[in-house]
Design a protein around this ligand. Structure first.
Ligand code: GLN
Length: 480
């Protein structure tokens, strides 16, 4: 297998055995970028190549001196362009931040640096993570490596496409309503949204602060556990980060599901779901049952209200978070202003894209004095009901299994005229964010058109270990 196709844990073994050097790994990634980036457009910016190679050389010197490497040391990683790396651009794929250079490192970046990962560049996304296809980027869409006419999913589409195409070995994405899991499903890679509070959000440009989480996008479940080990943990800089003891997630990579009770929610297999997706998920359910898991039908009765609730809460929070982009403190400033209000108005009107404006308008509306009770407060109440659905379910089962998305990757342009249709792409992923629980998407098959299909596993808050064990077992069984 080629280096760019290998997961990080296998590259690590080759490095330690001195069968390849870190500089060779990086050069292979650069070569793949040279060959594929023109048609995929996974990245928005690259780090200086000399700098990157110097870092690789340091790893090689460490190896030469017989020093031990961290498990992901020297591994090339791509970062979604809404996380701050000191001295690098952080654009959020928006004109308003087109020339913004981060003055500091996000906590996840600091942790990755401490463990020796090597940053390749920043990846494309929907502007401010608003979207499900990466088409809302000011810098143009990313193309799905499996079919260049299709979207990679979104909003972390650049990160998913980079890992799928071998333009990076691992990546980070952010997930507010599905933006790690859905692109992972569309690109045939593994995407994990951790429990809310598991990973620090410090240095992640906020979309909806009560829903956002950073998580790994990787080629397999083992890499996902390794990367979560590096990025998770309490952080004083994020008041919502939770201070609990950190497990070693790789200890959960046990190929065994005997004794696990896995729930399958009836509400997730309704009309609108693609037949091939449904068939592929059902095959995996049968497989899990055959190797010892107990499958139970469950109900999550408020599933239908997920999308509406999410688009009230997420837009409300987004409208507040985007207020800071005013042409004074950050980013783009319009030039033709006679008054201070004009400066605000023009900078925002010219700097934000269409979807960002739509969300600001929606969010401001649901928070306005006259409608706060009718929409925002009601939304919060329904959010509690959705959370309670999961609490009830997890009294009976250890984990829940669903499709990640109702369809495989759709065509570029297919849903851009109809925001409601686009919003429905996240119908199976959104509830996990509302409930704050962790979820993973792993590849479970292909459609006739050779497009990847993703399967989602959800667990109770801080139940990532269960997720890893089930996902790892299923991954191994699907290979046989
Ligand atoms: N597609 C959803 C939205 O547009 C989720 C985005 C995300 O998870 N960042 O809001």
């Amino acid at each position: 297998m080629k280096i760019q196709e290998l997961p990080a844990h296998q590259i690590h073994k080759l490095l330690v055995k001195k069968e390849i050097s870190c500089q060779e790994v990086i050069r292979e990634i650069f070569k793949t970028i040279g060959e594929k980036e023109g048609e995929i457009h996974a990245y928005l910016s690259f780090r200086d190549r000399e700098k990157v190679l110097r870092e690789a050389k340091k790893v090689d010197e460490k190896l030469k001196n017989g020093e031990k490497l961290f498990p992901l040391e020297g591994i090339p990683i791509a970062i979604k362009d809404n996380m701050c790396i000191s001295g690098e651009k952080t654009t959020c794929a928006s004109k308003i931040l087109e020339n913004f250079i981060s003055p500091y490192d996000a906590t996840v970046i600091k942790r990755l640096k401490e463990k020796g990962l090597i940053f390749i560049g920043k990846t494309n996304m929907d502007e401010f993570a608003f979207g499900s296809s990466t088409e809302n980027s000011y810098f143009g869409p990313t193309h799905n490596p499996y079919d260049l006419e299709r979207v990679p999913g979104g909003s972390s589409g650049g990160s998913a496409a980079a890992v799928a195409s071998g333009e990076a070995t691992v990546a980070l994405g952010s997930d507010t309503g599905g933006s790690i899991r859905q692109p992972a499903a569309f690109c045939g890679v593994v995407g994990l949204k951790p429990t809310y509070g598991r990973v620090s959000r410090f240095g992640l440009v906020a979309f909806a602060s009560s829903l956002d989480q950073i998580g790994p996008i990787t080629k397999d479940v083992t890499d996902s556990a390794l990367l979560l080990n590096v990025i998770s943990g309490y952080d004083l800089m994020d008041s919502t980060s939770v201070n609990i003891t950190l497990p070693d997630f790789t200890k959960s990579l046990i190929p065994q599901v005997k004794g696990f009770k896995i729930g399958v929610p009836q509400e997730y297999f309704v009309s609108g779901i693609d037949r091939e997706v449904e068939a592929s998920i059902k095959k995996s359910i049968k497989l899990l049952e055959a190797i010892g898991a107990k499958i139970e039908e469950i109900t999550l009765p408020h599933t239908d209200y997920g999308i509406a609730t999410y688009y009230i809460i997420a837009t409300a929070e987004a409208s507040a978070n985007l207020a800071r982009f005013d042409g004074i403190r950050y980013g783009y400033r319009s030039k033709n202003n006679k008054t201070l209000s004009e400066l605000y108005e023009h900078s925002r009107a010219e700097g934000f894209g269409k979807e960002a404006k739509r969300r600001i308008i929606l969010g401001t509306y649901v928070l306005s004095a006259g409608y706060y009770n009718a929409y925002y407060l009601k939304g919060l109440k329904v959010r509690t009901l959705i959370k309670e659905d999961f609490n009830q379910a997890f009294r009976k089962v250890d984990a829940i299994l669903t499709p990640t998305s109702p369809t495989t990757a759709f065509k570029i342009g297919e849903k851009t005229d109809d925001p409601l249709k686009m919003y429905l792409a996240d119908v199976f992923t959104i509830s996990a964010n509302l409930a704050g629980i962790p979820g993973i998407s792993i590849p479970c098959g292909f459609s006739k058109e050779k497009l990847p299909i993703g399967l989602q596993i959800l667990a109770p808050a801080f139940g990532e270990e269960k997720i890893f064990q089930i996902a790892f077992t299923l991954e191994q069984s699907l290979k046989k």
